[in-house]
Design a protein around this ligand. Structure first.
Ligand code: ZN
Length: 426
């Protein structure tokens, strides 16, 4: 076997990390400068519908989020460097290999490595989550989470994560060790099966652990929504209202589940803000995603990309240079599977960042298609006013930087969506 040399990988990784950091900072400062420059006046297209106060609140919120984002990007890159080239993962691995492996064996040591990594990462992320929830979101009136609920959520997430994640990790590690050179194909099969299972059980078993779901009680809205769904030839298991207001004032509506287990969920915060016509139009937009098979397309794409990624990992995991190039000494006499998984998970986003605008571009196309569908099945004027209300309520800026939009936005900016809707309803 030709061993992959490690130095080129170190250089490639360091250059990609630096380049991605530069691009992220360049984009973020562009966005902040653009929003600040347009803070003084409501854009002409919205002059009749958006107040100057709301426009400036959105600008301030975007700027505050941008500043926190810069800080967290810089910190995240330092942590990534710490795990890899500066030897953090190597040290954690050496310690667990010496303590857990002799007493408990290969599998326990590998699971301990995954858990240790997850735990340290979560602790490092915590300050940013706290500042985001209790400072930023609080300051703009969005936060409804109490410190007590925050802690309960944290514990519940850890418990659910361990109950689901540990058996899955054990299964994948076992496959990696037991199925030979094509392990990545088996692991992919297990991962696909696991994801499909989660899609089926999430709405009924997992989501209710975090929120309360009550059947939609408003009879006239119910009749209206059911008429829309009948028009669109869509069946769902039920219409539910979720107590999103427990945690945040941001509103939303979504479909969840797979096949017959599908349900429609409205956030209570959405119902409080929109009139019945607007709720119907928002739902029609979501139905548009289903009619155009956007959800299926996304699932197929994710499964396809993960197959390619696992095949790549299948090859990389056999190259000593993959480990040493990213700052870790591979184990001798113990499996390297958990190490390979972690290194791959850490390094991949540094490279995939550069192709993420392609996905964002595709999602924006999907949004226009769903809007067009909503216009045909419901009222375009209602959808337009719903979009405007949601933008204002979420303090989303009406004047984003065009380059930032191209790179990051999974939804077209309000100005583009409303212009497209105006063309359709004219
Ligand atoms: Zn959409």
């Amino acid at each position: 076997m030709d061993a992959m040399p490690s130095l080129p990988l170190t250089i490639l990784f360091a250059v990609a990390l630096l380049l991605s950091l530069l691009v992220k900072f360049w984009l973020a400062t562009r966005q902040m400068r653009h929003v600040a420059a347009h803070r003084g006046a409501v854009p002409a297209a919205f002059a009749a519908t958006v107040s100057l106060a709301a426009h400036q609140r959105a600008a301030d919120y975007t700027l505050a989020k941008g500043r926190l984002g810069l800080l967290s990007t810089a910190f995240g890159s330092a942590v990534l460097l710490g795990w890899t080239l500066l030897g953090g993962l190597d040290a954690l691995n050496a310690w667990l290999l010496a303590t857990v492996q002799p007493a408990w064996g290969h599998m326990a040591y590998q699971l301990a490595l995954l858990m240790g990594f997850t735990l340290v990462s979560a602790v490092l992320d915590l300050p940013f989550e706290l500042v985001s929830t209790f400072r930023l979101e609080q300051r703009f009136g969005f936060n409804r989470t109490t410190p007590k609920l925050f802690v309960i959520d944290l514990l519940k997430n850890a418990l659910v994560g361990a109950l689901i994640g540990l058996p899955l990790a054990a299964l994948v590690l076992w496959i990696m060790g037991a199925t030979g050179g094509l392990w990545w194909l088996w692991a992919w099969g297990a991962w696909v099966g696991f994801n499909l299972l989660i899609m089926v059980v999430y709405p009924t078993l997992i989501a209710p652990l975090f929120n309360k779901f009550t059947p939609l009680a408003d009879d006239s809205l119910k009749a209206r929504v059911q008429a829309l769904m009948q028009r669109c030839g869509f069946a769902a298991k039920g219409l539910f209202v979720m107590d999103g207001s427990r945690r945040s004032a941001h509103g939303n509506a979504y479909f969840t589940g797979l096949g017959a287990a599908k349900r429609v969920v409205f956030y209570d915060t959405l119902l409080a803000k929109l009139n019945p016509g607007e709720v119907e139009a928002v739902l029609a937009h979501e139905l548009g995603h289903f009619k155009h098979k956007h959800i299926t397309q996304r699932i197929v794409m994710v499964f396809g990309i993960s197959l390619a990624a696992l095949a790549l990992l299948g090859w990389l995991a056999q190259q000593p240079g993959f480990y040493t190039g990213l700052g870790v000494m591979p184990n001798i006499g113990a499996p390297n599977d958990a190490l390979a998984l972690l290194l791959f998970m850490l390094a991949l986003p540094v490279f995939s960042f550069f192709v993420s605008p392609l996905a964002a571009q595709l999602w924006r196309t999907h949004e226009f298609q769903a809007d067009a569908y909503a216009c045909a099945q419901s009222s375009g004027a209602d959808l337009a006013s719903a979009l405007l209300k949601l933008h204002e309520d979420n303090a989303a800026t009406l004047t984003p930087d065009p380059v930032y939009v191209r790179f990051y936005y999974s939804h077209p900016p309000a100005s583009e969506r409303l212009a497209a809707l105006a063309l359709r309803t004219a």
